[in-house]
Design a protein around this ligand. Structure first.
Ligand code: NCD
Ligand code: ZN
Length: 346
């Protein structure tokens, strides 16, 4: 028996493409199914100026294999030195679609992030004025806050004060991992949205730690308790326009993952859409998949929904995804949900 579902082509509202050999290896994995993606700027060094975003965009387009169509939506990495005029110009020219806020030290390559939020007030006010969204990595970095509490504490200590001080600022809480994040988004108006990753709909913290440590399930924000995963599932499958897909597909080579100090990030670009079809079917919500993956994101960003499509097909035979993709930097392991998937995407 086969079953199929055709949806407007999805977009990925939070993606790490890296650069050089890794970019070449991972870009086709996304472009195969997605029309556009918000490209994270946490390169080394980070993408902080409009000029850097323009050259990064050129490198992405140069790495796109012939015959593939894909539009990178560029972002700037917010630092305490970011110039509001440079941001406004990059937005006006159409080059950038968002600015990314990393609290300093919160995650991979975030050393240049913001420590003193008063120093970015001018940029945030300019963004509110011109309607440019702020993508937020929502975790505090204080050593005294438990890693599993860092998202909830960030909402109270940082995010809510920033939003109150900057009326009209459109904010995307990225890769939310808690019911606190879901509740905060729901209790606010349409200026606030949230992305949810594929892997946070599948794993809870037990998957990382029970029966031996699983480095390929380690990402930031770290997966939380089961009750939080269920809250994310309910939000993603609800159709609520404030929640949309941002895979946070974050490739690291296996040697960098399988180490005494392993990197954070799950690589899900290859199988995200089949995994989502499985999840939404399991929750009786296949009719909401298009809203989550293809409609809510563009509406939040004020962009058109794609007029091309993606077809998801279910068969009786489990889909064989590659365990790894290869790159000239080394192998990258593809996220394994731990159960068979019967869906394919084309
Ligand atoms: C991301 C990366 O590797 O760049 N890692 C991750 O665990 N998600 C950074 C990030 O988005 O936090
Ligand atoms: Zn990320």
């Amino acid at each position: 028996m086969t079953q199929s579902l055709t949806i407007a082509r999805p977009d990925d509202w939070h993606l790490h493409l890296r650069d050089g050999a890794m970019l070449t290896a991972v870009l086709p994995e996304t472009a195969r199914h997605f029309a556009r993606a918000i490209i994270m700027p946490n390169l080394v060094p980070p993408v902080v100026t409009a000029a850097q975003a323009a050259t990064y965009r050129d490198r992405i387009l140069a790495a796109l294999p012939d015959g593939m169509v894909f539009e990178p939506l560029m972002t700037l990495y917010l630092t305490e030195e970011t110039d509001p005029a440079d941001v406004a110009e990059a937005h006006a020219s159409g080059l950038i679609k968002a600015v990314k806020l990393y609290p300093a030290g919160a995650t991979t390559n975030s050393a240049s992030g913001v420590a003193d939020f008063d120093k970015v007030r001018g940029v945030l006010e300019k963004m509110a004025e011109i309607g440019l969204p702020l993508c937020v990595h929502g975790e505090v970095t204080d050593a005294d806050v438990d890693i599993f509490d860092r998202e909830a504490v960030f909402i109270d200590r940082v995010l809510d004060p920033i939003r109150k001080a900057t009326p009209g600022l459109r904010v995307i809480m990225e890769h939310i991992t808690t019911s606190d994040g879901v509740d905060y988004v729901k209790s606010n108006d349409s200026d606030l949205g949230a992305t949810i990753t594929t892997h946070h709909l599948i794993i809870n913290r037990n998957h990382i730690l029970v029966g031996g440590i699983k480095p390929h399930y380690y990402c930031l924000p770290v997966a939380k308790r089961e009750e939080h995963r269920l809250a994310l599932r309910a939000a993603a499958t609800s159709g609520d326009a404030r929640f949309f897909l941002g895979t946070d597909s974050a490739p690291h080579t296996d040697p960098n993952k399988l180490s005494a100090c392993g990197c954070a990030g799950c690589f899900t670009a290859t199988n995200t859409m089949p995994l989502l079809a499985h999840i939404f079917e399991e929750d009786g919500a296949l009719d909401k998949l298009e809203a989550f993956a293809s409609r809510n994101g563009p509406v939040f960003y004020g962009l058109p929904v794609n007029n091309t499509t993606l077809t998801l097909t279910k068969s009786d035979i489990a889909t064989l995804f590659p365990n790894q993709i290869t790159s000239d930097d080394g192998p990258v392991t593809v996220f394994d949900p731990g159960y068979p998937i019967y869906w394919t995407a084309s």
